[in-house]
Design a protein. Structure first.
Length: 72
């Protein structure tokens, strides 16, 4: 299982995937907003989204868990 973590602090602007969805390595899965900039966060490995931890509108800190991906 791989956990996608926030690379910087900010607000979760948009979650681009849902539980059960297949994602590829490098695919954007969450967009953070910080200092009026949109920062895409990509999956590091391919797999199936098992748990979306973050919620849109929540403030998150560096290294907070965003979602979990079960690797194939």
């Amino acid at each position: 299982m791989t956990t996608v973590k926030a690379s910087m602090a900010g607000t979760v602007w948009k979650i681009l995937v849902s539980e059960g969805e297949r994602v590829e390595a490098g695919q954007d899965v969450v967009i953070l907003e910080s200092m009026k900039m949109e920062i895409p966060i990509a999956a590091e490995e391919a797999g199936t989204v098992k748990n979306v931890i973050a919620a849109e509108g929540n403030f998150i800190n560096v290294d907070d868990d965003l979602l979990e991906i079960e690797n194939d």
